[in-house]
Design a binder for this molecule. Sequence first.
Ligand code: KG4
Ligand code: ZN
Length: 344
Amino acid sequence: MRVLGIETSCDETGVALYCSDQGLLAHLVHSQLDVHAEFGGVVPELASRDHVRKTLPLIRGVLAQASLSHGDVDGIAYTCGPGLVGALLVGSAVGRSLAWAWGIPSIGVHHMEGHLLAPLMEQSGLDFPFVALLVSGGHTQLVEVSDVGHYRLLGESLDDAAGEAFDKTAKLLGLPYPGGPELSRLAQNGRPGRFVFPRPMTDRPGLDFSFSGLKTFAINTFSRELSSSELTGEEGGLRADIARAFEDAVVDTLLIKCRRAVRETGIKRLVLAGGVSANRRLRERIHDAMTQEGARAYYPRPEFCTDNGAMIAFAGWYRLRAGQREPLSFSVRSRWPLEDLAPM
Ligand code: KG4
Ligand code: ZN
């Protein structure tokens, strides 16, 4: 079965073609970085308009890449939530309409389910059940996954998501949008241990997170140290050292909770997914920690950590294969708890 996947929930237009026999046949991602950079963050209306411009050309591009035509597509999957409503409506309207025109089934996909299943697309050896750490711009969740659609929330952020904390702290340090990868790059030059930030909520039981205090900690440290750094010409070094302290605190906090989740559930497989799972230090540290636990960490290739159409095609294939179908009418959801998803 060949499934066309369409992702338009935020600031990336992603389209892909997944084949259940041959794996991923083609995928293209258009990033809206240039559209939003001058505003320092995503402008929803501009995001929707850009998805309108890019979705159909990317679909044509993916079919050309795979040397196939629309007659070779057996189903269409599109992200229908959570995300920006206008942006979601573009991909959903295009996906649902094409499916009707081509006489094939379609399915709306939960964006986080896409992230969560992404490592299964290419990883051999990963099987259910597993614990998933979902870390993106809008979510930080630990989820027990017993099968597709069977999700138990173990813990989540009570305020900012990890990616959001990266982005906000980067902005406070004067880094360009998108902040997460920029901050991480800067942290590579930072001296470890010059500043030590708290590891929020790790001193109490439970698997919830809180990241909003860390950005305040970062900006307070920056303001306090800035005047003396300016005098000595060390401002660049100061930023890098703060970036390093921030990254270490986030990574350590995520790691402590992942270790706890693996111990509490007794499940020895941990999946890392969502944009922040592209973070190199997080991947390395989690890999080492899981090895110590006698467990194994799985993560998608970095290009499938951030938003893409391949994960949507793949998650959609699971549900289409099980006979799930979208009615002719469709709807999108800006908020959508993962646990509300229909089991298969
Ligand atoms: O999954 P994603 O592409 O979009 C959402 O569903 O939100 O995640 C985007 C988030 C942003 O907050 C971005 O700053 C963060 O992932 N991110 C990173 C890195 N790459 C992306 N954060 C830290 N280090 C990275 N290397
Ligand atoms: Zn995402």
